[in-house]
Design a protein around this ligand. Structure first.
Ligand code: 5AD
Ligand code: SF4
Length: 430
């Protein structure tokens, strides 16, 4: 989400004559796009500001801006806490950046943190580096108000981009050589543009070209319709890979989290998905140490992870966030217990991921080649439809080529194989 927002900001500033540099010593303006989802994310920004402080000492004219959710959360407090910061801009005020930067150059600090009910940046062309895979924001904000989550407070109310705007962007990206798009929203299942829902949107995007892979994130388990499941199942270029955060395996904790579904509902949803798409890959998010989480609650989460056998899981220690409903509850699970539970879940998931990946050995997968492997000059890397990285001996074809790869070896994170042939679409070799 933040990568997509940074590209939006890049687009806004690019159209005002600014250019991007990756070299801090060359920059006249430094903008940090921040996350506030957990305390750890905020601490990393404080650490990064330390590096920028050293620059500002030698170059007092350097303009330093804080963007995104941490800006929204702390507002003008940021200027008091971090004297080197000149501008603080929340997620719905990026259009004001050019003016705020100009003012900062003139010595005037600025804070713009109003949230909007309508801002969707639909007309902004994000500044993207050419590549294979693009993120596309299709909606902003969230109205779910899970009791642990700061997003509804930092990103505001839910709103959707027009379907036609998304489709036009996808066409343009295809023309530029992109071969994969990921439609982004905090809860894409509540996408709505007039009479069109998320199923209509993803169908329209998938219809742009059979050469384009379509992914999406994130789905809320409560809102996943049969129509959407059916659409994913029957569309060859909608990837059979679904991120479905469950957060906990205890109904009592799910209730306290205001997640609005039960473990039983979740497990039936997984069954529906697997019945419709036997090869579907499923990933999830888990939080350990939500207030009052007992050993029994944790054991239920372990049990759920064992039963569902996800392809991957992101496990987080609960982090108490200001403004949320859970803020008023005592953060009563000791840090070391949270740590132990996260480690147990992570280890368990790793062994399941390894087993699931090893079960793919011998199969032939359609792989979208991304380019040379980062680890070895002799290898290339690509991804399966199920979003797993595959390493294979280096190929001369350009990135964006679809190849058929026989899987020969696997670990918990990566598949290894060799190319069998080019993949074909509707009988036509690309
Ligand atoms: N503490 C820990 N994890 C959190 N998440 C959201 N808020 C918190 C929090 N306060 C996790 C959830 C969510 C993912 C994006 O971040 O698992 O799905
Ligand atoms: Fe946060 Fe819940 Fe919205 Fe996800 S659905 S962004 S966890 S409030």
């Amino acid at each position: 989400m933040n990568l997509a927002d940074s590209e939006l900001v890049g687009g806004i500033l690019d159209s005002h004559g600014y250019a991007v540099t990756a070299d801090l010593t060359q920059a006249d303006v430094v903008l940090l796009n921040t996350c506030a989802i957990r305390e750890h994310a905020e601490q990393r920004i404080r650490g990064r500001l330390g590096l920028i402080r050293a620059q500002k000492r030698t170059r007092p004219d350097l303009v330093v801006g804080i963007l995104g959710c941490m800006a929204e959360r702390l507002r003008s407090r940021f200027l008091d806490e971090e004297r080197l910061v000149d501008i603080v801009v929340g997620p719905d005020e990026y259009r004001r950046l050019p003016l705020l930067v100009e003012n900062a150059v003139a010595g005037e600090k600025g804070v713009a943190v109003r949230l909007s009910k309508v801002e969707d940046y639909d007309d902004i062309v994000p500044l993207r580096t050419d590549g294979i895979s693009a993120w596309i924001s299709v909606m902003r904000g969230c109205d779910k108000f899970c009791s642990f989550c700061v997003v509804p407070f930092t990103r505001g109310r839910e709103r959707s981009r027009p379907l036609q705007g998304v489709v036009a962007e996808v066409r343009m990206l295809l023309g530029r050589g992109f071969r994969e798009v990921t439609l982004l929203g905090q809860n894409v299942n509540s996408y709505r543009d007039g009479g069109n829902d998320f199923t209509d949107l993803i169908r329209a995007v998938a219809a742009v070209s059979p050469q384009l892979r379509v992914r999406f994130t994130t789905s809320h388990p409560q809102d996943m319709s049969d129509r959407l499941i059916e659409t994913i199942a029957v569309s060859p270029n909608i990837c059979k890979s679904i991120h479905l955060p469950v957060q906990s395996g205890s109904d009592r904790i799910l209730r306290l989290m205001n997640r609005t579904y039960t473990v039983d509902h979740y497990r039936r949803l997984v069954e529906r998905l697997r019945r419709a798409m036997p090869s579907v890959s499923l990933s999830t998010d888990l939080i350990s140490g939500f207030p009052t989480e007992s050993d029994e609650d944790h054991a239920m989460t372990v049990e759920l992870v064992r039963a569902v056998r996800f392809d991957g899981a992101y496990c987080f220690k609960y982090s108490r966030r200001e403004h949320t409903k859970a803020w008023s509850m005592a953060d009563d699970v000791p840090e070391e217990v949270k740590g132990r539970r996260v480690t147990e879940l992570t280890r368990l998931q790793q062994s399941i991921s390894r087993e699931r990946n090893e079960a793919m050995v011998g199969t032939v997968e359609e792989v979208l080649m991304e380019g040379p492997s980062r680890k070895s000059a002799d290898d290339s890397v690509g991804r399966t439809d199920s979003n797993k990285a595959v390493i294979f001996p280096r190929r001369q074809e350009p990135p964006g080529t679809y190849l058929r790869v026989r899987i020969e070896r696997a670990n918990s994170a990566t598949l290894f194989g060799s190319v069998v042939q080019h993949a074909s679409f509707e009988g036509m070799t690309i």
